[in-house]
Design a protein around this ligand. Structure first.
Ligand code: RIB
Length: 306
């Protein structure tokens, strides 16, 4: 058994850097192209592992070179991969554009991730039952992910859902989630409400709480994160840093949050820790290569909280 189980995606990221994004029909010249291992599931899992979490991965890889890259990463990071399956469809790929502000635009082609079906879910039923905290995103098949949520809820396993890429979800499903971690855009999609001001974010988060979601943690970029429960609403300030590449910032936040929560930290302490991990991630290129370790995060917190 692992304290934390991630059921999620692997994606090989093709990253192009450019001064500004092209408009529709426009061509721009970029200045670099890189290939980095990523995928929201893999990023969150590796983030948790680098922070000392007891974590295992469940998912699907192609029987190809990209799949081998991820298998090696999991081996090197000490992540259990007994329930990472292989298929004849290629490992997923993404096209990512990054502009000079470090912002990103991402298009993922799911490939092997969408080959993870109900038959694989049945094989990992015991894994779900035995874990303390399950981390999910929305890069796998939605029908399968919804079934994971129903099962985990029935088994009394805590669920952390990072609703990305966001789609509208039934309130019944949202009501089964213990920790829901949208960014402002995702929060707007989930609720159909505006999320441009703090007041709007609070109103939208409260709508999710009214569905039964236990805790909403809305990430607000460098402003930090908002925690909403039935009992409280609180904004935990973030860190002002120069972002060069924001890919995987949300994922590293989620991995760190999971580790802190399973260590018994309070919600506020867990979000502070996750904010620091996110702030470090945006200062380095790539998804998995940008994930820092425990010592680096603790040193950053000590230096910036003086
Ligand atoms: O959240 C960032 C990740 O989203 C990238 O690594 C990319 O693969 C997409 O899944």
């Amino acid at each position: 058994m692992s304290k934390i189980t991630v059921i999620g995606s692997f994606v090989m990221d093709n990253v192009a850097k450019m001064k500004k994004y092209p408009e529709a029909g426009e061509t721009v010249l970029g200045y670099s192209l890189g290939l980095f291992p990523g995928g929201k599931g893999a990023n969150q899992c590796v983030a948790a592992a680098r922070l000392g979490g007891d974590v295992q991965m469940v998912g699907m890889l192609g029987k190809d070179g990209n799949g081998d890259v991820f298998r090696k990463i999991m081996k090197d990071e000490g992540i259990k991969q007994d329930n990472v399956f292989s298929c004849d469809v290629p490992t997923a790929i993404a096209q990512i554009q990054i502009n000079d502000e470090g912002q990103n635009r991402i298009c993922v082609i799911p490939c092997a991730n969408y080959e993870f079906g109900f038959e694989h879910l049945d094989k990992v039923d015991e894994v779900i039952k035995d874990t303390e905290l399950l981390i999910l995103q929305l890069e796998m098949r939605l029908d399968v992910t919804q079934e994971v949520i129903r099962r985990a809820h029935k088994y009394g396993v805590k669920i952390l859902l990072n609703p990305a890429p966001a789609v509208e979800l039934e309130s019944e499903i949202l009501g089964m989630v213990d920790y829901l971690t949208p960014n402002e855009t995702e929060l707007a999609i989930l609720t159909g409400m505006p999320t441009e001001t703090d007041e709007e974010v609070i109103a939208a988060a409260n709508k999710l709480i009214s569905y039964g979601t236990k805790t909403v943690i809305a990430t607000l970029g460098s402003r930090g994160a908002l925690i909403a429960t039935e009992a409280q609403v609180q904004i935990v300030s973030g860190y002002k840093v120069k972002a060069i590449d924001t890919v995987a910032a949300g994922d590293s936040f989620n991995g760190a949050l999971a580790v802190a929560l399973t260590e018994g930290k309070s919600l506020e302490e867990a979000v502070k820790f996750a904010n620091a991990m996110g702030a470090l991630t945006v200062q380095k290129e790539g998804a998995i290569p940008s994930l820092h370790n425990r010592k680096q995060v603790e040193e950053f917190i000590a230096k910036n909280n003086k």
